[in-house]
Design a protein around this ligand. Structure first.
Ligand code: NAD
Length: 512
């Protein structure tokens, strides 16, 4: 049974937030936002276009050129960021409730994401005061140091999976470094983004520093990418969208950070702790409804344990609890939107033609509406199968056997993507060497997807361009200006102090 659930005290409508005010679109346009458990519209959100982006960028630009934010001491900005983290933490239950309702994420996992959002602010609040910059000295001759400067108006474009957390991932470093921002959140999930305005206001962020424009990628997102007063774009989303944004930003030579799609392998060797590996692979692909960029959506298993692994994995996948997102017992909730649901279901049908279905393969029969999909496992998946190569971004996993380390590596690297990889083995030497050989921005060795915020985050190949995380985020959101000062006599070769050239020299046909 699909128990209807609607959080109390929902806003009447979702508006943009520009220069400290909640506002409708200039043209009055709106779009429907759906509850993914029923696919009925529960609210309308302002739909921005280039006029709204112009207003938001102008506000952010003024806050940057004339406002206090970029000129505040790091410690002062840090205090405000810590207050933001405190407020997010104190509202984690409400944030999780709204996020789960809007996106279909299970409530317990949405709660974890809300806390991670607070942690992102706390982390960059600390980092900005601990920030060191290069200074070099050549004794008696020269001193060289770096001025680090915010870039201006940062354009932030985010997807719908874990929306609030991913927004915090960009907002925290962009703001910590003294930029002002325009955020364009995903159109499927605008609800939690609207909470930022109140949180920032309460924490004392100056007016105009944070601006939010809702709307479609092709209109609001596109206008932000092409705006001449926005020198950098941090984008998380699909690889195809990333390459389009890359092309659209090229005429302006913008700074770009691209966190894109994935089809990450989990490689399980026969000497791995099998119980732990199975638990981790199940969690790795079915948590966050499988709508996770780093999902281990291809599991490669050494042949000697393949049959046992497939049997146990499929049995456990069948026991994963699919349920209403608001139910604390739920492990897989609803996919975010009927369009995405249709895409995932179409891949399940493709998979049935391409491989052996061993778990799931459709919808739970006890729900008559909503984007519920059973955790689905395909075995014996060939490397050229579409379900092995293409990102599905749902609770669907491809299992395949391998015989040798070399074959495992070849299979692991055999996709366009290169975001994450997971390696399970008791042989340390093999684990480290295998990790190094994988084409992936991030490798977890005998580990679930647990990340230290200081480490680089990003992908290679079609999974992204550039790294964020820790100091790399600080680097992305700032310019580094090198200042060179002479301490001794200036090294000063002189030009133009020769005697006047003679007429013969001027006539010289060979100027060498
Ligand atoms: P998407 O590319 O469809 O949309 C992402 C954002 O871009 C949305 O806000 C959208 O409105 C906007 N957008 C769309 N077209 C645009 C355009 N032409 N110009 C400017 N903006 C535009 O992605 P999605 O479906 O929302 O998210 C799922 C994807 O995100 C998956 O591929 C997933 O792997 C990826 N993702 C990657 C990471 C990572 O860190 N690598 C993290 C989370 C999600």
């Amino acid at each position: 049974m699909n128990q209807p659930y609607t959080p109390a005290d929902l806003p009447e409508k979702i508006q943009h937030y520009i220069n400290g005010e909640n506002v409708d679109s200039v043209d009055g346009e709106t779009f429907d936002v759906l509850n993914p458990a029923t696919n009925t519209a529960y609210i309308r959100a302002a739909s921005g276009n280039n006029k709204d982006i112009d207003r938001a960028v102008a506000a952010a630009r003024t806050a940057f050129t004339d406002g206090p934010w970029p000129r505040m001491l790091p410690r002062e900005r840090s205090r405000i960021l810590h207050r933001i983290a405190d407020i997010v933490e104190s509202r984690d239950a409400r944030l999780a409730e709204l996020e789960s309702f809007d996106s279909g994420l299970p409530i317990t996992q949405a709660l974890g994401q809300a806390r991670r959002a607070a942690e992102n602010f706390r982390f960059f609040a600390d980092l900005i005061v601990a920030q060191m910059d290069d200074a070099f000295k050549v004794p008696g001759r020269q001193i060289n140091y770096v001025n680090r400067k915010p870039k201006g108006v940062a354009g932030l474009i985010t997807p719908w999976n874990t929306p609030f957390m991913l927004e915090s991932w960009k907002l925290a470093p962009a703001l910590a470094t003294g930029n002002t921002v325009v955020l364009k959140p995903a159109e499927f999930t605008p609800l939690s983004a609207s909470l930022w305005a109140g949180i920032f206001d309460e924490a004392g962020l100056p007016r105009g520093v944070f601006n939010l424009v809702h709307g479609y990628g092709e209109t609001a997102g596109d206008a932000l990418v092409k705006h001449p007063d926005v020198p950098l774009i941090s984008f998380t989303g699909e690889s195809a969208t990333g390459s389009l944004i890359f092309a659209n930003a090229a005429p302006h030579l913008k700074g770009l950070s691209m966190e894109l799609g994935g089809k990450s392998p989990a490689i399980v060797f026969a000497d791995a702790d099998l119980d732990t590996a199975i638990d981790a692979c199940i969690f790795g692909v079915f948590s966050l409804n499988g709508e996770r960029c780093t999902a281990g959506s291809r599991v490669l298993i050494e042949r000697s344990i393949y049959d046992e692994f497939v049997e146990r994995f499929a049995a456990q996948a069948r026991r994963v609890r699919v349920g209403h997102p608001h139910d604390p017992a739920t492990e897989v909730g609803t996919l975010v939107h009927p369009e995405h649901d249709a895409k995932v279901m179409s891949y399940i049908e493709i998979g049935k033609q391409e491989a052996r279905l061993v778990a799931g393969g459709g919808r739970p029969e006890w729900y008559s509406e909503g984007n519920y999909v059973l955790p689905t496992v395909f075995a014996d998946v060939a490397p050229d199968a579409r379900i092995f190569q293409e990102e599905i971004f749902g609770p669907v996993v491809a299992l395949a056997p391998f015989d040798t380390d070399a074959e495992a590596l070849q299979l692991a690297n055999n996709t366009a993507y290169g975001l994450a990889a997971y390696v399970w083995t008791s042989d340390l030497r093999r684990g480290h060497n295998f990790a190094q050989a994988i084409d992936a921005g991030m490798v977890w060795l005998n580990s679930n997807n647990v990340r230290d915020l200081r480490t680089p985050f990003g992908g290679v190949k079609a999974s992204g361009l550039g790294h964020e995380g820790g100091y790399r985020s600080i680097d992305f959101y700032t310019d580094q200006q090198a200042v060179h000062v002479t301490l001794g006599e200036p090294h000063n070769p002189t030009f133009g102090k020769h005697e006047e050239p003679s007429a013969t020299e001027l006539d010289d046909p060979d100027p060498r």
